[in-house]
Write a new protein. Structure first.
Length: 566
C-alpha cells in the first residue's frame, strides 16, 4: 500500500487534516485558492481548486478565493474576471470570502517596518543583476550586500522615502536579513519590496512599491486564518522562508502542505508558455479549444463534472508524474455519453441517390435522442430520395472486412432502410461524385421480413433538409507526450502539432441542429462529441467544436492492464 494513501483510501493531505482535528490543533478547516491574476487558469489550477474546495466542503469548513495581486506589470482586470468565472463554473463556492492581497498592502507595509525595527530587514541599493550575482550558487555561499548593515534609522527613512516615490524603478529594494550562506537559496536575504511606478488594477497609483510574492503569500494566509495552505511542490523550498517571516512577526501560523503539480501528456501547463502561444498567434486566444485553460476546455465542450472526475481519479501525491491525456478524455467521454443528445452530421458529404424511392416523397422517421437516457425521448428526422453519407463510408474497391458501402453491398442507414449500391458516377478526374442505390421498403427501422442482417450501419443527412454547418476538429497541440525533458537546444515550440486544428466549412447536419446555442453538447453518431462554439452567433451559422472522439484509448489501456493483472 502506498504511504500516501491509508487504509480508508485517504490521501496524505486528508490524513494530516484528520490528525490535526483529532489532536485539537485545529477546530474548523479553512482552505483557499490563491491565484496570481497574470493569466488564465488551466487544468492544473483546476486540480488545486478541486482539492482546496473539496476538502473544505468535505470537512464542513470554509474556502476563500484570494488574488495574490502583487505585480501590476503582469496583472490585468481581464485575468481577475476570467478567474472568477472559471472558479464559479467549476462549482467552487467562496460565499462572501473573495479577497485580494492588495487589501493587505497597508498591513504588509507596517509589518515590513516592524522587521526593519527588529534589525531583520534592510534597504539595499544593489541592482537586480547585482543581487543575483551576490546571491551565490547551490555550491557556493552568497556575499553580503554592502548595504546590509545600515542602521535601523537609515533603513526606516529610506523605506518611507521609497513609499513616497522619491526613487526611480529598480533603484532600491527592501530585503530580509537572514543568511547569505544558507543552503536554501530562498533564505539568502530575499527581496521583500521593489520600486515600481506602475498603476495597479485595484489600488491605482496609491503605491509605487510592491511586495514580493514570497513576502505577501504567508502573511495573507495568516490574516485570513487559513488552517491548511495547500501548495504545489515548487513551493516546498519557499516554506522555510514563509515560516521565518511568520515567526519573526509573531503572528498566526498556517500549516503549509505541498503536493505534486499536475502534468499531462502532449500539454504545457505553464502560464508563461501559454502566454507565449497566445502572443505569437499559435492559438486564437486564452480560450482557444486547443488550450489546456479552463476557458479553453469549457469552450471545447468539457463539463465541470468531467474535470472533477478527472481530478478525483488522479488524486494527490508527493511524487511528480505524467498523466496520460487519455484519462482526461475518458472522463469527458464518460460524462457526455450519459447526457449528450445524439444527432447525425456528415462531415465530407457524398451524394447517394436511391433510384427506386419516390421522387417527391419525404418520410419523418423516429430517432432516439439518447439510448443512455430514456427520458430524453425521440425526435423526427427526414428521409428522401437523395441523401448524403460520409465520403469515407464508400469504397469502389474495398479491402477485406470492409463492411460499409461498395458496389453490390447492402448496408443499413441509421433509423431508416437497407440500401444496396448499384452504380457510381465519376467526374473527369475519376473521382466518385455520386452513388446510386436501391432500397428495401420492407426494412424500415432496421429489420426485414426474411430476418436478414447487414454488417454496416451508416449515418446520413437528407439532401433536401441538410443544414450547412462548420465543424472544427481538434488534436493535441504538441506532437510529443513529455515536454519537460526535451533534447538540448530544443524548445517546446519546436514540437507544435501542425494538424492540431482542421476546419470543415461545408459539413451537413440534420435539421434539428439549425437553431443551436453556444455551449450545447451533442454526440454526432460515429464521429464523436461536439459542442456549439460561441462563433455560431457571429458567423450566423452553427459552428461545432469536437470535444473528443468516440474512441476511448484510456479504457482500452485499463482493460489491457486488468487482463494482465495490472
Amino acid at each position: 500500500m502506498s504511504e500516501e494513501v491509508d487504509r480508508t483510501g485517504k490521501d496524505f493531505i486528508r490524513q494530516i487534516i484528520d490528525g490535526d482535528l483529532k489532536s485539537g490543533k485545529v477546530k474548523k478547516i479553512h482552505t483557499r485558492f490563491p491565484p496570481e491574476p497574470n493569466g488564465y487558469l488551466h487544468i492544473g489550477h483546476a486540480k488545486s481548486i478541486c482539492l482546496n474546495y473539496g476538502i473544505a466542503k468535505e470537512y464542513g469548513g470554509k474556502f476563500n478565493l484570494r488574488f495574490d495581486d502583487t505585480n501590476p506589470s503582469k496583472e490585468e482586470a481581464e485575468y481577475v474576471e476570467s478567474i472568477i468565472e472559471d472558479v464559479r463554473w467549476l462549482g467552487a463556492d467562496w460565499e462572501d470570502r473573495l479577497f485580494y492581497a492588495s487589501d493587505y498592502f497597508e498591513q504588509l507595509y507596517e509589518w515590513a517596518e516592524q522587521l526593519i525595527k527588529k534589525g531583520k530587514a534592510y534597504v539595499c541599493d544593489l541592482s537586480a543583476e547585482e543581487i543575483r550575482e551576490y546571491r551565490g550558487t547551490l555550491t557556493e555561499p552568497g556575499r553580503e550586500s554592502p548595504y546590509r548593515n545600515r542602521s535601523v534609522e537609515e533603513n526606516l527613512d529610506l523605506f518611507r522615502r521609497m513609499r513616497a516615490g522619491e526613487f526611480p524603478d529598480g533603484a532600491k529594494t527592501l530585503r530580509a536579513k537572514i543568511d547569505m550562506a544558507a543552503p536554501n537559496m530562498n533564505m539568502r536575504d530575499p527581496v521583500m519590496y521593489r520600486i515600481l511606478h506602475r498603476k495597479h488594477h485595484r489600488t491605482g497609483n496609491k503605491w509605487c512599491i510592491y511586495p514580493s510574492y514570497d513576502w505577501t503569500h504567508g502573511q495573507s494566509d495568516s490574516i485570513e486564518g487559513i488552517t491548511h495552505s495547500l501548495c504545489t511542490l515548487e513551493f516546498e523550498d519557499h516554506r522555510p522562508l514563509y515560516d521565518w517571516f511568520l515567526e519573526q512577526l509573531g503572528i498566526y501560523h498556517p500549516q503549509q502542505i505541498e503536493f505534486a503539480r499536475l502534468n499531462i501528456s502532449h500539454t504545457v501547463l505553464s502560464k508563461r508558455k501559454l502566454l507565449q502561444l497566445v502572443e505569437t498567434g499559435v492559438v486564437s486566444g486564452w480560450d482557444d479549444p486547443r488550450m489546456p485553460t479552463i476557458a479553453g476546455l469549457r469552450r471545447r465542450g468539457y463539463t465541470p463534472e468531467a474535470i472533477w472526475d478527472f481530478c478525483e481519479r488522479i488524486g494527490v501525491s508527493k511524487a511528480d508524474s505524467l498523466v496520460d491525456i487519455g484519462l482526461l478524455e475518458h472522463c469527458i467521454r464518460d460524462d457526455l455519453n450519459r447526457r449528450a443528445l445524439r444527432r447525425m452530421v456528415v462531415l465530407r458529404p457524398l451524394k447517394v441517390i436511391i433510384d427506386n424511392y419516390p421522387d417527391d416523397k419525404v418520410e419523418w422517421l423516429d430517432a432516439v435522442n439518447n439510448p443512455e437516457d430514456e427520458s430524453a425521448g425521440t425526435r423526427k428526422i427526414p428521409f428522401s430520395k437523395e441523401v448524403f453519407i460520409e465520403r469515407s463510408d464508400f469504397m469502389e474497391n474495398p479491402p477485406k472486412k470492409y463492411f460499409r458501402l461498395y458496389p453490390g453491398n447492402e448496408v443499413r442507414l441509421k433509423h431508416a432502410y437497407y440500401i444496396t449500391c448499384t452504380d457510381v458516377v465519376k467526374n473527369e478526374r475519376g473521382e466518385v461524385v455520386e452513388v446510386h442505390c436501391t432500397y428495401d421498403p420492407e426494412s424500415r427501422g432496421g429489420g426485414t421480413p426474411d430476418g436478414r442482417r447487414v454488417r454496416g450501419t451508416l449515418h446520413f443527412v437528407s439532401a433536401k433538409h441538410g443544414v450547412p454547418v462548420e465543424v472544427r476538429l481538434y488534436d493535441t497541440l504538441f506532437t510529443v507526450p513529455d515536454l519537460s525533458n526535451l533534447p538540448e537546444g530544443k524548445d517546446f515550440m519546436d514540437y507544435l502539432n501542425p494538424n492540431s486544428l482542421e476546419v470543415i466549412e461545408n459539413a451537413l447536419a440534420e435539421p434539428s441542429l439549425s437553431n443551436v446555442k453556444p455551449g450545447e453538447k451533442f454526440q454526432f453518431l460515429r464521429l464523436g462529441y461536439f459542442c456549439v462554439d460561441k462563433d455560431t452567433e457571429t458567423l450566423k451559422k452553427p459552428v461545432f467544436n469536437r470535444t473528443v472522439t468516440l474512441k476511448d484509448t484510456w479504457a482500452k489501456i485499463q482493460r489491457k492492464l486488468k487482463k494482465n493483472g495490472g
